[in-house]
Design a protein around this ligand. Structure first.
Ligand code: PMP
Length: 404
């Protein structure tokens, strides 16, 4: 029995409007099923109103739909009462919120923040800025050329001085599923606050936040079949309660006088202004869709697609994979001998095959690999064996073209 509906592409209108499209850039963003588009349409058509404000019917309906997604997200990650969910624009905004607000609670001069060389820029740059503001040191868990963390010096990297640890769960370059608990357990035992960038793991596998030993977990809606412009920050309420607000303005206050203001309760203290209402509501439908297929099925299906891709691509002359992590999701970073990644991506694009060429917002990894760019094919539930065959054929043709 197939793990995934055979006609799954039919659920995604983009494949009807672009019947030849082979979309293999899912680590960047994913396609939107009709049911999510319908949900957005329903909001704008039938109950477009602000949330938490109007006591009229459509306002109450909008608030109800928006807040039900919060409950859905909390359940999706198996959070208990010690956590709440805050809606943001995406992973990037979630990390910026944390890097601005959390240091005010936990950092003092001379402390340290730990991240890894595998991070996406959105989990590097905000901490570099925080380090400058608070005069603290940024340390990195090194990576190997296999695309794994080198944890051999972990005891020196995490000490009592380490106050924040912010780490990528699944690599957007290698697909590595990091042994996150090995680090979070030590970090927590030494009193650090732990953040997990789960932008690439939440869409592809079943995540139970309780097993990860973290205080915060962040991800983006658009990488899990949801709309753009919505993300989530799951966080421990005892910390969020004490943290100062990030953005300020309407809805995040309790009282405002000419002299000072007091804050709304959680989670709204961190949701200033009119939120991305339609997008949040759309995200709820994408979670429904993923759950209907089943996160374990998604993981298994992607693994089978990935294994097939590796088997077929490895036979292509001149094909080289970057990294060989032991545990990984369905992302392949590669190069073709003698062909610049951007040239190959362009040739593939002429055959309607969308892969990514570039540094994947992870320049420290490129530095480690001593390349300026790689090609990346990343898969999701709608990719098929036929897509892989097209990719292989495209690469073989390109090789012939360039070696002619
Ligand atoms: N972290 C990781 C691991 C990612 O892959 C991405 C997106 N490529 C981000 C963070 C940033 O996500 P967004 O652009 O949705 O904020």
């Amino acid at each position: 029995m197939s793990l995934i509906p055979k006609d799954i592409k039919k659920h995604f209108p983009i494949f009807q409007s672009n019947p030849d499209l082979i979309f293999l850039d899912n680590a960047s963003t994913t396609q939107t099923p009709q049911l999510v588009i319908d949900k957005l349409n329903d909001y704008y058509t039938n109950y477009n109103a602000n949330v938490h404000r109007g006591i009229y019917q459509i306002g109450e309906k909008a608030t109800y739909e928006y807040e039900s997604v919060r409950q859905k997200v909390i359940k999706f990650l198996n959070c208990d009462d010690s956590f709440t969910a805050i809606f943001t624009q995406g992973t990037t905004e979630s990390i910026n919120l944390l890097s601005n607000s959390l240091p005010q609670l936990v950092l003092k001069e001379g402390d340290e923040i730990l991240i890894s060389e595998m991070e996406h820029h959105s989990n590097i740059v905000p901490w570099q800025l925080a380090c400058k503001r608070f005069n603290v040191k940024l340390k990195y868990i090194p990576i190997t050329t296999e695309g794994e963390w080198d944890l051999s010096n972990l005891n020196q990297l995490i000490t009592k001085k380490t106050k924040i640890v912010s780490l990528i769960h699944q690599s957007n370059v290698f697909g590595t599923i990091n042994p996150i608990q090995k680090v979070t357990n030590i970090a927590k035992s030494l009193g650090a606050t732990v953040i997990i960038d789960a932008a690439q793991s939440v869409p592809h596998s079943k995540i139970d936040i309780k097993t990860l030993n973290c205080d915060f977990l962040v991800f983006s809606g658009h990488k899990m079949l949801g709309p753009t412009g919505v993300g989530v920050l799951i966080g421990k309420t005892n910390l969020l309660d004490k943290m100062p607000p990030y953005m300020s303005g309407g809805d995040m206050i309790n009282t405002v006088s000419m002299e000072e203001s007091t804050w709304n309760e959680l989670p709204w203290k961190f949701e200033a202004g009119t939120p991305n209402i339609a997008q949040v509501i759309g995200l709820g439908s994408s979670i429904d869709y993923l759950l209907k297929i089943g996160m374990d099925n998604i993981y298994r299906y992607e693994k089978s697609i990935f294994d097939l891709a590796i088997e077929k691509l490895s036979k292509v002359e001149g094909f080289k994979i970057f990294g060989n992590p032991k545990v990984k999701g369905s992302v392949i970073s590669f190069e073709l001998d003698g062909v610049h990644p951007h040239d190959l991506a362009q040739i593939l694009d002429e055959k309607n095959i969308a892969v990514r060429a570039g540094h994947h917002c992870a320049q420290p990894i490129m530095e480690k690999l001593k390349v300026s760019a790689t090609l990346r094919a990343s898969f999701y539930i709608y990719n098929t064996e036929k897509d892989i065959d097209q990719l292989v054929r495209g690469i073989v043709d390109a090789r012939e073209f360039f070696t002619f």
